[in-house]
Design a binder for this molecule. Sequence first.
Ligand code: SAM
Ligand code: FES
Length: 349
Amino acid sequence: MRALIEKLEREHTLSAVEFTALIEGRNETAAELLFEKAVAQRQKYYGKDVYLRGLIEFTNYCKNDCYYCGIRRSNRHAQRYRLTKEDILDCCRMGYALGYRTFVLQGGEDPWYTPERIEDLVRSIKKEYSDCAVTLSVGEHSHAVYQSWFNAGADRYLLRHETADPNHYSSLHPEAMSLENRLRCLWDLKEIGYQVGCGFMVGSPGQNAEHLAKDLLFIRTLEPHMVGIGPFIPQKDTPFGKETAGTLELTLYLLAIIRLMLPEVLLPATTALGTIHPMGREKGILAGANVCMPNLSPTSVRKKYALYDNKICTGDEAAECVQCLCRRIERIGYKTAAGRGDHIRIERK
Ligand code: SAM
Ligand code: FES
């Protein structure tokens, strides 16, 4: 294992067979070595800085029906909500006062939020907060639509590829969705000039080490600016409601691998990681992550954006969330960074 880890550190990639061996053969000693090397890489580029993004979950309406997702179209138990433009601008106002310089607008693929309405939203936020980055995470759209949002000022886009294996992809999604289109979107976004984030759930039903090796090799090929990974967590009203959740241990291991593959990547310690373990996000940072995305959505709608069961931070006000997170980050010897927190290669431009 040591030889594989040293090769990964040196060459920033491995073959599919080697990645599979690194995952299947993992043990505590290998994990500790990986974390040590991942933290050293992160330290080299970003020091002890952790970037905060204000997450605004602005709609839980969705036309898609992903089998794992609590806000999928067929979930009749989901209580639907949609924030207005004014609600969203209020969130930004509050977030700006709390020190956020990135707003992440995330939602289901809500047909009411047409490309024009999202474009208007981006323009309005950028007009009022020109020193802030806007990240969109609203699913699959055409090149032209992505271009119009980019022209309106959107800086970044998060679209997890979910799995790079077409058969595994089909087992997680209905027939109307395809890996091919998901990947087309990611390449379009990159070509347009967004800072792009892909990613996947760890421990999604049917996932094995070969699938994960493909995910890692896809990440190597795309070279995204951000990678979002977190454990799959079942949501009781979905087809996967009785499946087993992904583990903290494997998620941390993969975070460290991704840091060694892309030393400059912006890598969040996700809310899902904080949900499966009370110290999950701190452990994520200690495995190589350097981003946290506290919730800025109004408390009244927090519980309704229920992608999975027992999601944390659904009761706290935005101010409490940021304070709690800052304290957690400081307690492990890191600090929250001011500013937009762009990818290093973008800042250099
Ligand atoms: N609609 C957009 C999209 O498809 O990218 C953004 C919203 S979607 C809910 C954001 C991410 O949540 C998905 O990419 C998926 O990886 C994650 N997610 C959904 N259900 C989950 C679950 N049960 N456990 C963990 N993560 C989940
Ligand atoms: Fe659309 Fe999850 S199924 S956001």
